[in-house]
Design a protein around this ligand. Structure first.
Ligand code: MG
Length: 257
């Protein structure tokens, strides 16, 4: 399958978008604390986005029960992704996953992180560490000619070793002038991936985003039409970076450089 490959100029524009996303996520990491509502995080993200002359990517995305109302997705504990920011107060012991995206000068940036609020138990800490490590492994392995299935298998193995569940219903994606472009980028190996593997090529830009649950990989969507939660109520973590495949390796466009 042919994907839209990006020129060096386009990749530089995506790095600018990615840098803004990282600035916002870093800022929110400092604001998030017990007693702070997720609406406050959302308002901060929206303000920084506006000041930078960028467009918040997630706001207004159509859904089954109406458009997404937030600038950020804020998903706490058993919420996996697509949590709607609001009046809920963050509490000590929470895992707070924040996903944020912008369009700047016509190009998209998209990244996510999971924050540990205060003290958490060993399992929650291990969940966050392993999910972050899965993304690091993807970055270490990505280079031209590599097959995505090889990387996805290595990512999944890390979760399997801990008996954690890797979410299958939501996956990473190509990204460019649109937030979601082909290909779909799973964090596990399926028959479909093996049949249509992604061979990494210079100019391919992927948003890689492992979503990992302490328990079952199964998820449900709440009645709001957006919030994805684990089927067993156990916590979940989520990290995302935007990776550009270069001539000799990979360039992380959302690491703030
Ligand atoms: Mg994404």
């Amino acid at each position: 399958m042919a994907y839209k490959l990006k020129s060096p100029r386009e990749i530089e524009l995506m790095r600018e978008a990615g840098r803004l996303v990282r600035q916002v996520l870093d800022h929110l990491a400092g604001v998030a604390a017990p007693g702070v509502t997720t609406a406050v995080l959302n308002d901060e993200a929206e303000r920084m986005c506006r000041q930078a002359g960028a467009q918040c990517l997630f706001k207004g995305v159509p859904g089954p029960k109406g458009p997404f109302p937030g600038a950020i997705c804020c998903s706490i504990n058993e919420q996996v992704v697509h949590g709607i920011p609001g009046e809920r107060k963050i509490a000590a012991g929470d895992l707070v996953s924040i996903d944020f995206g912008v369009r700047l000068h016509g190009y998209c940036g998209d990244a996510a992180t999971t924050l540990i609020i205060g003290e958490v138990g060993e399992t929650r800490r291990r969940l966050v560490d392993v999910t972050r490590r899965m993304l690091e492994v993807a970055i270490e392995m990505a280079r031209p000619g590599e097959r995505w299935s090889t990387i996805a298998a290595a990512m999944k193995r890390l979760a399997d070793e801990q008996k954690f569940g890797v979410v299958r219903q939501f996956v990473g994606h190509g990204i460019g002038t649109e937030m979601h472009e082909d290909p779909k980028v799973p964090n596990y190996v399926s028959r479909a991936l093996k049949a249509h593997d992604i061979v990494l090529t210079e100019g391919l830009v992927l948003a890689v985003e492992p979503m990992v649950n302490v328990g079952t990989e199964e998820v449900n969507v709440l009645a709001d039409g957006w919030t994805v939660v684990t089927a067993d109520g156990q916590p979940s973590a989520h990290f995302e970076h935007m990776l550009a495949i270069t001539a000799d390796g990979v360039d992380v466009l959302t690491d703030g450089r």
